[in-house]
Design a protein around this ligand. Structure first.
Ligand SMILES: [Fe+2]
Length: 318
């Protein structure tokens, strides 16, 4: 009996880190044996062998970071009952996390969530207010928060409740978008910057405290190089943010519009796209520096609840 207890303590200790959490281990037969299976498209891959409820070992973290740089968007399927705290812990292993804005989007029974969790949902809380952001509408192609000086480097989105159909999320590969441009266009945009309008969210709603933009030249928001050097891969990618009210600094408005239309047509080519058709328990990790994403609408009478974390980025280097 004493030996049995001693053996149990030893075997348990083996799997705990200094904070007392059980560890994901690359060699562990339960959580280890990590595997990447790339999609048939130009980005996106499934990762097998990771349990988001457990802290990452340093080997698994390195494995995930490499797969992330190679595939731009990673999917962790079948992650059941991951708590907001566990999602925060997993995301935090990949970098510091931004906190949600003070005016936040969490009402009803969800306001005790960690500040690092953003709620994306169309559900109306007991107080009659939406418990999250974005409703059930379509969200146009965009990069998250590119209108600030230091946009997030990536985000994790975890499905808690999903509608029977719709609400899928698509991503495009912005390295390929750049690579496919003509040499003439590449030369033209090499040193140009674009203003990323902050006034509207991705579903087209005017944000609190902003007025409608009538001339993109007067849009308020950060300006970033159109061609970005990714800090990890050192490769060039297009960095567009969102189309509405975008303006290329220094160009006459009509030339800016024409050039932006050309760049957007190249970037949203279906050949560059991979679509995440959500299943319950899916978590998606995307690189916000070299992808854009878009969400389909869904039936407003069905429920969709996602938890999202945002990993802090760096200055955009051209
Ligand atoms: Fe987004």
């Amino acid at each position: 009996m004493v030996f049995w207890l001693y053996a149990l303590v030893l075997s348990t200790k083996e799997h705990l880190n200094e904070k007392g959490f059980a560890m994901n281990k690359a060699t562990d037969t339960t959580n280890g044996g990590l595997k990447v299976v790339p999609s048939q498209n130009l980005l996106g891959a499934d990762i097998y062998g990771v349990n988001l409820k457990l802290p990452l070992s340093s080997e698994d973290k390195q494995f995930i970071e490499k797969a992330w740089a190679d595939n731009l968007v990673l999917r962790f399927r079948g992650q059941e009952n991951v708590t907001p705290q566990e999602l925060t812990q997993f995301s935090n292993a990949l970098g510091d996390l931004d906190k949600r804005p003070v005016r936040g989007t969490v009402n009803g029974g969800y306001n005790d969530l960690p500040l690092e969790i953003n709620v994306i949902s169309n559900i109306i809380g007991d107080d009659g207010k939406p418990i999250g952001g974005l409703g059930s509408y379509e969200a146009d192609w965009h990069t998250d928060m590119s209108y600030v000086d230091i946009p997030p480097k990536g985000c994790v989105l975890y499905s808690v409740e999903i509608p029977p159909t719709g609400g899928n999320t698509s991503f495009v590969n912005m390295y390929e978008a750049y690579n496919r441009l003509s040499d003439k266009t590449k030369q033209k945009i090499a040193n140009l910057k674009c203003i990323h309008d902050a006034s509207k969210n991705s579903t087209g709603e005017l944000r609190q405290g902003f007025t409608e933009v009538t001339d993109p030249r007067n849009a308020v928001g950060a300006s970033h190089p159109l061609v970005r050097i990714h800090p990890v891969t050192q490769q060039k990618c297009l960095f567009l943010g969102r189309r509405k009210n975008a303006y290329i600094v220094g160009l006459p408005l009509n030339e800016s519009e024409e050039l932006l239309d050309e760049l957007w047509a190249a970037s949203t080519d279906p050949e560059l796209k991979w679509t995440q058709v959500w299943q319950l328990g899916d978590a998606i990790l995307w690189d916000n520096r070299c992808t854009m994403h878009q969400r389909d609408s869904f039936d407003a009478s069905s429920r969709r609840l996602m938890y999202r974390t945002q990993i802090r980025g760096e200055l955009v280097m051209g």
